[in-house]
Design a binder for this molecule. Structure first.
Ligand code: KG4
Ligand code: ZN
Length: 341
């Protein structure tokens, strides 16, 4: 079935058409269209996402993107419309839901709801034009441990199958992406901070400053990043002349140490055949490099989405909606800002 999917949970307006096939044991996806309209320049002067501005932009961008899809001219039929119902910013979520409801009426096709976090998880199954999907699916062996790291979430999940998983732990305060964004602001770097920090970190020494590794030694799979951010704040206050690149590199390494070690520990305890990473922070090259190196040492397969599917997109929403559809479970079409995995 071809799913036209809509994502508006945060600051990206995104529309996709994804060909979905296969059953619960072996779902297959082919991304036919993938349009994203980023609002980064709009929110940048405010140093973060402003919910009502995001809403205004989504309302403006959704019809534009739909026009760009030219569904009337496409030689394919749309079988369902899918939309993110949560988690995310409530006013932003509502714009997508209302738009999707109307579109489903206009096209006379069923409406499917999707969980944004499930979308990030299933993004590992979306092949880019250059990739071999079969290979990607064969690499995903269960049990599998996933690190879901975005601007709003940091979760370790143990997966027994495509539809059975258990959340092992999550952040108790700031998400990893949020910590990157806040530290970037302390360093005077623009929003979103993650890519800026990783760029600057390349010129710095990750061992220059010994920032804390919060909760590294705890036996659980929870995280805490707000203390690390505060440590950076105090360091900058007390050492105003430190090289910013060293601060970026040392902060990044402190965060990565915790993410990598806790994920690998979960992998060991749960006997993972595959470890995967997804979400906006998975775009961090150093994180992917260090996690894949640890997996290689232990003979565990490592998987990450193609870069275009790490940050928010609508293709992953079609995948999440398709799996919910196969499971015959449904979401209510109301904004659920606190939905989780
Ligand atoms: O998944 P995503 O696009 O949106 C949410 O669902 O939150 O994630 C966005 C987050 C932002 O905090 C951004 O700074 C972070 O992902 N991010 C990165 C990198 N690229 C994006 N963090 C670290 N390194 C990166 N290269
Ligand atoms: Zn996201």
């Amino acid at each position: 079935m071809n799913i036209l999917s809509i994502e508006t949970s945060c600051d990206e307006t995104a529309l996709s058409i994804v060909e979905c096939s296969g059953g619960i044991q072996a779902p297959r996806f082919k991304v036919l269209k993938n349009l994203i309209n980023s609002q980064i320049p709009i929110h940048r002067p405010f140093g973060g996402v402003v919910p009502n501005l995001a809403k205004r932009e989504h309302i403006k961008n959704l019809p534009k993107l739909l026009k760009q899809l030219k569904i009337g001219n496409l030689k394919l039929k749309i079988d369902a419309v899918a939309v993110t119902v949560g988690p995310g910013l409530e006013p932003a979520l509502w714009t997508g839901i209302e738009f999707a409801k109307q579109l489903s009426k206009d096209l006379k096709k069923p409406l499917l709801g999707a969980n944004h976090m499930e979308g990030h998880m299933y993004s590992i199954l979306l092949p880019s034009a250059k990739e071999n999907l079969q290979l990607k699916i064969e690499n995903l062996q269960f049990p599998s441990i996933g690190l879901v790291v975005s601007g709003g979430h940091t979760i370790i999940v143990a997966m027994k199958s495509f539809t059975k998983w258990q959340k092992l732990g999550e952040t108790r305060d700031d998400a990893a992406g949020e910590a990157f964004d806040k530290v970037a602001r302390l360093l005077g770097l623009p929003y979103p901070g993650g890519p800026e920090i990783s760029k600057l970190a390349k010129q710095g020494n990750p061992k220059a400053i010994n920032f804390p590794r919060p909760m590294l030694l705890n036996k659980d799979y929870d995280f805490s990043f707000s203390g690390l951010k505060t440590a950076v704040l105090y360091h900058l206050r007390d050492n105003p002349k430190t090289k910013k690149a060293d601060v970026a590199a040392s902060f990044q390494q402190a965060a990565l140490d915790v993410l990598v070690k806790k994920t690998m520990r979960a992998g060991e305890v749960y006997g993972a055949e595959t470890v995967f990473i997804c979400g906006g922070v998975a775009a961090n090259q150093e994180l992917r490099k260090q996690l894949s190196r640890e997996c290689e040492k232990r003979g565990v397969a490592f998987l990450s989405p193609s870069n275009e599917y790490n940050t928010d997109n609508a293709a992953m929403i079609a995948a999440a909606a398709y799996l919910r559809h196969l499971r015959k479970t449904k979401y209510k079409f109301v904004a659920q800002s606190n939905l989780t995995l």
